[in-house]
Design a binder for this molecule. Sequence first.
Ligand SMILES: [Zn+2]
Length: 324
Amino acid sequence: MRLDTLAGNHALKRQLSAQAEGRGLSHAYLISGPAGSGKRTLARLLSAAFVCTGGGETPCGACPGCKKALAGIHPDIITIGDDGKDITVAQSRQIRSDAYIRPNEADRKVYVVQNAQTMNASAQNALLKLLEEGPAYAAFLLLTDNPAGVLPTIRSRCEALALSPVTQAQAEEVLLSRFPDRDPGQVRSAAADCGGLLGRAVAQLEGSQAGEEARQAAGTLFSFWAKGDELGMAQFCVSLEKWDREALTGLFDQAVTLLRDALALQTGAEAGGPPVVQALAQRPRKALLAAVGVLESLRSAAGFNVGAGHLCGALCAGLSQAGQ
Ligand SMILES: [Zn+2]
């Protein structure tokens, strides 16, 4: 099998490859491991392998089946338990009736049950019958960070795949190739801090990437504002309309920080700072305080389901008024 995108876990990969070349993959797996250990990565690879039509080593990654599976849009791969809520008995029964409808495009139908430990006993029992006597084309991938929360009867019907944390060197290798544009020092420190749980390091690096984008955008916005360039500011606000509310909230936070730094510079509490802060400090104190007010009200509006287009429009209008 081609399982390169899953880091580390060499013994488990050998076990699966030997199976795929020999008697074929099992019809049910219980994939366990702590959060960030690669359960979803492995489930995606196995799902793709089940629907792969490439004809060679699976998942080939290039056939239409693999492409749809890896993009999460294959009609014969059904995922439940990924919405943060407990899985109900109704959802288990729904899977049970769905499983008897033949696959759409592939030879197999794959059910991915994330957070399998959130099924109560009735929900697990509804699934058990399907694991025991379901149609031959159906395959099941149960994911959990707590295998003890899954009934022994279910566990005995599934082949266990336990993911282990990766070494720091393995984490570094994967992260450096996934984040080629980032400062290698930052990537290495994320690898060192994640305790072998790559998902954690990825979340940290993606989070700091969003923070960096917000910082840069706030700097650009306020360099227009500090110069009184209303047209530049309006055009920049339009470009922000494709950001989502969460990203805009990050930008508002960064913008408030810039303004507060400029206010501190004016009072002499701080000396120096980046050029945009120095330019802002040349503006009247009243204008800076008014801009802080605009951003703070937008930040609370962003918490109330206001669309990005409205937020960006209000940002432009509010800042231009504050600058008068
Ligand atoms: Zn394929």
